[in-house]
Design a binder for this molecule. Structure first.
Ligand code: ADP
Ligand code: NA
Length: 330
């Protein structure tokens, strides 16, 4: 096809994706699959850079793939696959490791943050070279565009540097990709700590809206969301981060302007706003949850879809890898 190529992925690092993944990634990916030849990957090789329980990892990988499909990724339109099903990812990562400077890798701020969390001595070498594996993910598919959050910008920069370096040393081989940092995409914050982004790796789940949580759990979390003492529904990110976060989520999911929501709840309490939000969130997530459960109830069909995705991914990735090996004299 002549469409530009897009690559993106998420780690199967939790039983359920959180609302920020749904709004910031999956909903965007779903829209982009019309205009791009899109590759959507469940990056389980990235997940093992920190310790994982094997049985749990298998389950989470399948659940993540099912949530991609349930949220609208169409396996007939996009290539949906699991990273470890395509061995070229690990192979190209090794090659790129040999082209990455130790100091260059050491400057990646995400490693510094994560290794602090796990302790310098227990952080793995895999965690250190995580960005190099990510470069391999992207370059294998000759991706033009990589939709990511701001925190991944540095990794896409490294990817561009490695592509350019390889091309100049060994001859034109890789497309140099662009990070597509969604400017208009709302950022969702933790319900209990509304100055921190909602994240599936948050220490407490109390502030997470999880895609696969039952309705009553989500309701409880929203009704207990942190607000403020003012009692007035209005948007002010700095002075009222809690209420502003609720308004943002409402606005994105209901596809309404913040102003119209503020007007509707003027003179009413936060409790009413939260009740309204419970309905809106449930309206968006209930179908995704139901479809995910359907997919998980038919393991053979999910396996078939993932095998089909892996076939197509292998075809493209192996072509790039062969060229790389040939260029390098391997
Ligand atoms: P998590 O912190 O939940 O592990 P990741 O960092 O793996 O999420 O991000 C996966 C994708 O989801 C990225 O594209 C990112 O931009 C998006 N995303 C994650 N959290 C949020 C959030 N709170 N608000 C908006 N988008 C988010
Ligand atoms: Na993460």
């Amino acid at each position: 096809t002549s469409k530009p190529v897009l690559f993106s992925g998420m780690q199967p690092s939790s039983d359920s994706l959180q609302l920020g993944n749904y709004i910031g990634a999956l909903s965007q990916w779903t829209k982009m699959q019309e205009d791009f030849d899109a590759f959507y990957c469940v990056v389980n090789l990235h997940a093992i850079t920190v310790p994982q329980d094997p049985a749990e990892l298998v389950a989470r990988t399948r659940r993540t793939a099912a949530q991609y499909i349930a949220a609208g990724i169409d396996p007939a339109k996009s290539t949906l696959f699991v990273q470890s099903h395509v061995s070229a990812h690990a192979e190209l990562a090794w090659v790129l490791n040999t082209l990455t400077g130790f100091g260059e890798a050491g400057r990646m701020t995400q490693f510094k943050d994560k290794s602090q969390r796990y302790g310098a001595d227990s952080a793995s070498v895999g965690l250190f070279t995580y960005p190099v594996l990510m470069a391999a993910d992207i370059l294998l598919y000759q991706a033009n565009s990589v939709p990511v959050g701001e925190d991944q910008r540095q990794h896409v920069e490294l990817t561009r540097d490695l592509a350019t370096r390889f091309n100049s040393r060994f001859g034109d081989t890789f497309v140099v990709p662009e990070a597509q940092i969604a400017k208009g995409t709302a950022k969702v914050y933790d319900l209990q700590l509304p100055t921190a982004k909602m994240s599936k790796s948050a220490e407490s789940e109390a502030g997470l809206i999880k895609v696969l949580d039952p309705a009553n759990v989500t309701k409880k979390k929203i009704m207990r969301a942190v607000t403020d003492d003012e009692g007035e529904v209005r948007f002010d990110r700095d002075a009222k981060p809690g209420v502003s976060n609720l308004l943002t989520i409402y606005s994105v999911l209901a596809e309404r302007t913040i102003d119209s929501i503020v007007d509707e709840y003027a003179g009413r309490g936060y409790g009413d706003l939260k009740k309204g939000l419970v309905e809106v969130v449930e309206g968006s997530l209930a179908p995704v949850r139901a479809r995910t459960e359907e997919l998980l109830a038919d393991p053979a069909e999910l396996d078939r879809l993932l095998a089909q995705g892996a076939d197509r991914a292998n075809e493209v990735a192996n072509q790039t890898l062969s060229l790389v090996y040939e260029r390098m004299g391997l």
